[in-house]
Design a protein around this ligand. Sequence first.
Ligand SMILES: CC(C)(COP(=O)(O)OP(=O)(O)OC[C@H]1O[C@@H](n2cnc3c(N)ncnc32)[C@H](O)[C@@H]1OP(=O)(O)O)[C@@H](O)C(=O)NCCC(=O)NCCS
Length: 177
Amino acid sequence: MTAKDEITIAQLDEAGARAAIPALCGILADAVASGASVGFMADAAAAEYERFWEGVVAEVAAGRTVLFAASLAGRIVATTQIQLIGKPNQPHRAEIAKVLVHSQARRRGIASRLMQAAEAEALRRGRNLLVLDTDGASAAHALYTSLGFVEVGTIPRYALMPDGADCGATFFYKDLR
Ligand SMILES: CC(C)(COP(=O)(O)OP(=O)(O)OC[C@H]1O[C@@H](n2cnc3c(N)ncnc32)[C@H](O)[C@@H]1OP(=O)(O)O)[C@@H](O)C(=O)NCCC(=O)NCCS
């Protein structure tokens, strides 16, 4: 492997997350442009992406979200989050959110590496039940299945695709015990 291909995974603290906002906005905008249903419509303004990541930084600062970034040759190209459920009766559960890999960096195993890092960190924090959902037609479906997540089912019309078409959400869980 050359330095050009080197993938590094990091957990970002508040300062690191804030510094990464421009890169994270670029990754999110790229995902929307590639047709992924990740919370935004195709005409989203740059300020909407910035507001979203500012919100994530606040959650990181509050200790409710663990944010990961993956870098390829020193440049942030991918991200994901563990959302720590705050309910007293769910101390063992966490949600995985916003698994995003820039379209120029896909199919190199980066999402798999991010998910493995997230699983290890979730376990370290005593969160041994992970839940996530994805657009039923997304490439992420094969990713989660390959990582041992169990498909529960699909809710039709859960959200919209960036172009306004209906988008079902497929729910998965993984019991890490
Ligand atoms: C889904 C996504 C995160 C995958 O990232 P990635 O880094 O390319 O994934 P990996 O290289 O780790 O792929 C691991 C496995 O997942 C499956 N997979 C990933 N992308 C796939 C695709 N486009 N088609 C079919 N299977 C795919 C394959 O089984 C793959 O293993 P292989 O390459 O050995 O065949 C990326 O395509 C992405 O960011 N898409 C847009 C945003 C999105 O939909 N995120 C999920 C929202 S919850």
